[in-house]
Design a binder for this molecule. Structure first.
Ligand SMILES: [Zn+2]
Length: 319
């Protein structure tokens, strides 16, 4: 991934390019914004751009340095993931050792700390000391979608770059043009990912549209909807499935109010949507959408999932 391949994040990219051009790129950076929006992608693109052996304005993508970073094998570029629930002080102590060594083969030492809000208090204090006097030609990039959980002192030592979600139309165009998706799929992903390109691509890799249409066929259009079958999955998967069901009932609601067809999320199922319009009244739909939202909230409260889904089915198909 190079800078030019990152779509829709012009503002943070311009800021980074200006820092590079003025040779002022050093110390701590904080990338904030929703999950799946391109923060990590940008951090890696930056590491590549700074260490590329061939590219002048952007990374080339094929030199030894670019390839090593792509394969997570570059000795000067470190990705720190929160594999445990928290990032512990030992990890930051190791970072401190590494950052004070000369770069092995690259121009810049880059440390990317994903989910930086999971740093323990001890780890944060230790990191703060490094950020107060960062060695030359080194970068520490903190990535988080929950910046308010970071120590204020840590934030104050970082330059902050905000990543914003894309407009739905913009993301739809990117998905069609750069990822060769058909209009229906691009349209659905742009909505369901809430304008987050990274999220949209992850959903595409999971073949979300097949999953969505299977849910609609088996759980909504079937004469014997078996919502409880979802209970076998993890809570996160059930939440995802219920969010997919929300899109369906939301579409029916909006179509009944007479909105333009472009506003429909499930535009690949227009015929089935049209057939469903007379089946539900506005009151039904209000109640169904409310019940699904409550069910999603119950999922977060450790209530028995089978019971939640059973109750939901009874509420939705009581008529
Ligand atoms: Zn390169």
């Amino acid at each position: 991934m190079s800078f030019s391949a990152i779509k829709g994040q012009n503002k943070p990219l311009e800021i980074l390019k200006a820092y590079i051009d003025n040779a002022r790129l050093e110390g701590g950076y904080l990338f904030t914004g929703a999950e799946g929006i391109g923060k990590k992608m940008t951090a890696l693109a930056l590491a590549k751009r700074l260490n590329c052996l061939e590219g002048k304005l952007d990374s080339c993508g094929h030199c030894a340095s670019c390839l090593k970073i792509d394969n997570n094998q570059h000795p000067d570029v470190h990705m720190i993931l929160d594999e445990e629930p928290q990032i512990k002080i030992e990890v930051i102590r190791q970072l401190q050792k590494e950052i004070n060594l000369k770069a092995y083969e690259g121009e810049f030492k880059v440390f990317i700390i994903d989910n930086a809000h999971t740093l323990t208090a001890e780890a944060s204090n230790s990191l703060l000391k490094i950020l107060e006097e960062p060695p030359k030609k080194s970068l520490i990039i903190l990535i988080t979608d929950k910046p308010n959980l970071l120590f204020k002192t840590v934030i104050s030592r970082c330059k902050i770059l905000k990543f914003l979600a894309l407009k739905r139309e913009t993301l739809e165009e990117i998905l069609k043009k750069d990822y060769s998706l058909d209009t229906g799929y691009a349209h659905f992903l742009a909505y369901f990912s809430e304008g987050r390109l990274g999220r949209a691509l992850k959903l595409k890799d999971e073949d979300i549209i097949t999953k969505k249409n299977m849910l609609i066929d088996k759980l909504i259009l079937s004469s014997q909807p078996n919502l409880e079958s979802l209970a076998q999955g993890a809570r996160a998967d059930i939440r995802n499935s219920l969010n997919l069901l929300v899109t369906w009932f939301r579409d029916i609601y909006l179509l009944k109010t007479g909105v333009a067809e472009e506003e429909v999320i499930n535009s690949d199922r227009k015929v089935d949507l049209a057939r469903s319009l007379s089946r539900f009244s506005f009151l039904d739909l209000d109640s169904i959408l409310g019940n699904i939202t409550s069910a999603i909230a119950y999922l977060d409260q450790n209530v028995n999932t089978r019971l939640i889904l059973y109750n939901l089915r009874m509420e939705i198909w009581k008529a």
